[in-house]
Design a protein around this ligand. Structure first.
Ligand SMILES: Cc1cc2nc3c(=O)[nH]c(=O)nc-3n(C[C@H](O)[C@H](O)[C@H](O)COP(=O)(O)O)c2cc1C
Length: 335
């Protein structure tokens, strides 16, 4: 129903406006979605225990859709096994100028240069207090005005404030839309950042898993560095991958827009990164696989490549909420 009826209407409008529209529709009329959509599949065999947390199923919503933690209860009702909020920064910030979100319809893709638009960590916390038992990942970043030399402090602030309200953390150093952010993926600054957060974590009575979200554009050498850093800092795992700067084989008019590319053109590369990390590390840590999952088969390939869980963003926009059930059904079929 989504692809034949709803999507053709939504895709006639500006993507960011559609985002806000569907958001308030789900917020106010989410109960209708429950009437019209197939019921989420619930099955014990879909449950997963990863980095000490229990997931009701392995299909989550990726960061960036519910940046401000406004809709996690309703999104969970659609069937997602977990919701990642953020990227949140210590202070609110407007993000880049509009227009900053582009559909590449012929490529089943999106280019975005949102630039961490968010209401800041304090506002999100007020909403997280209304959590009806949804498993939440807190994806954290730095404000645009914070220079890289002081970035650790921004991550520390977000970590400390969010700690009581999220189940796991994601350190985002891989967005292409905050100037120089990706430089924090280099060995020295990344080791410093992750060990600082892990030290804060170790001081808590009960630790929470910290994951690192990486770009798909890292070289093999950089990926090997990442494996070393995860082992050295003892953080819980990796999310692979964020959006790409690559523009290979695109045909849509919007292909020249600046920003991060997501969706179908990313499927193969993000799976490659998952496989590389899993094989070269000897499965030393769990991986959440994300990037271009538009079919159940795409998700299965990521799980086969070494991912323990998967996340959707662009596939959710293009294929609709039915995709969650399709993936879970296929996982059950495969036994
Ligand atoms: C509009 C948009 C905004 C995003 N914002 C964030 C963000 O704030 N933080 C983050 O870690 N990833 C963000 N992402 C990246 C997604 O979480 C995901 O890693 C990426 O899009 C690849 O998955 P996909 O092909 O299923 O979309 C964003 C993606 C899109 C399309």
């Amino acid at each position: 129903m989504y692809k034949s009826l709803i999507r053709p209407i939504l895709f006639k409008f500006d993507p960011e406006e559609v985002h806000h529209f569907t958001f308030s529709a789900l917020k106010n009329f989410g109960f209708l979605a429950k009437l019209f959509l197939p019921k989420p599949i619930e099955d014990k065999r879909l449950e997963r225990e990863v980095f000490g947390l229990k997931f009701k199923n392995p299909v989550g919503l990726a960061a960036g859709f519910d940046k401000d933690a406004k809709l996690f209860n309703e999104l969970s009702d659609l069937g997602f096994g977990f919701i990642e909020i953020g990227t949140l920064t210590p202070k609110p910030q407007a993000g880049n100028d509009k227009k900053r979100l582009f559909r590449l319809k012929e490529d089943s893709a999106i280019i975005n240069r949102m630039g961490f638009n968010n209401g800041g960590v304090d506002e999100a916390i007020e909403r997280l207090k209304k959590n009806k038992n949804v498993l939440i990942g807190g994806n954290i970043g730095k404000n645009k005005v914070t220079p890289n030399e002081e970035a650790v402090n921004d991550y520390k602030i977000c970590f400390e404030k969010l700690f009581p309200y999220v189940d796991y953390f994601v350190v985002n150093v891989s967005s292409p839309n905050t100037p120089n952010l990706r430089e924090l993926q280099d060995k020295k600054p990344l080791t410093e950042l992750l060990s600082t957060l892990q030290n804060l974590n170790l001081k808590k009575q009960k630790q929470k898993p910290i994951l690192l979200k990486i770009a798909p554009d890292l070289t093999d050498e950089q990926l090997l560095d990442i494996i070393d850093i995860i082992k050295e800092t003892q953080i819980a795992g990796v999310i692979a991958t964020n959006t790409t700067l690559s523009r290979e084989n695109l045909i849509s008019e919007n292909k020249t827009e600046t920003g991060g590319l997501s969706g179908k053109p990313l499927t193969k590369r993000s799976t490659e990164v998952i496989r590389f990390l899993s094989e070269k590390s000897g499965k030393a840590f769990p991986i959440i696989g994300v990037g271009g999952i538009h079919t159940a088969q795409d998700a299965i390939e990521k799980l086969d490549a070494g991912a323990s869980l998967v996340q959707l963003y662009t596939g959710f926009i293009y294929e609709g909420p039915e995709l969650i059930n399709e993936i879970n059904r296929e996982i059950l079929n495969r036994g």
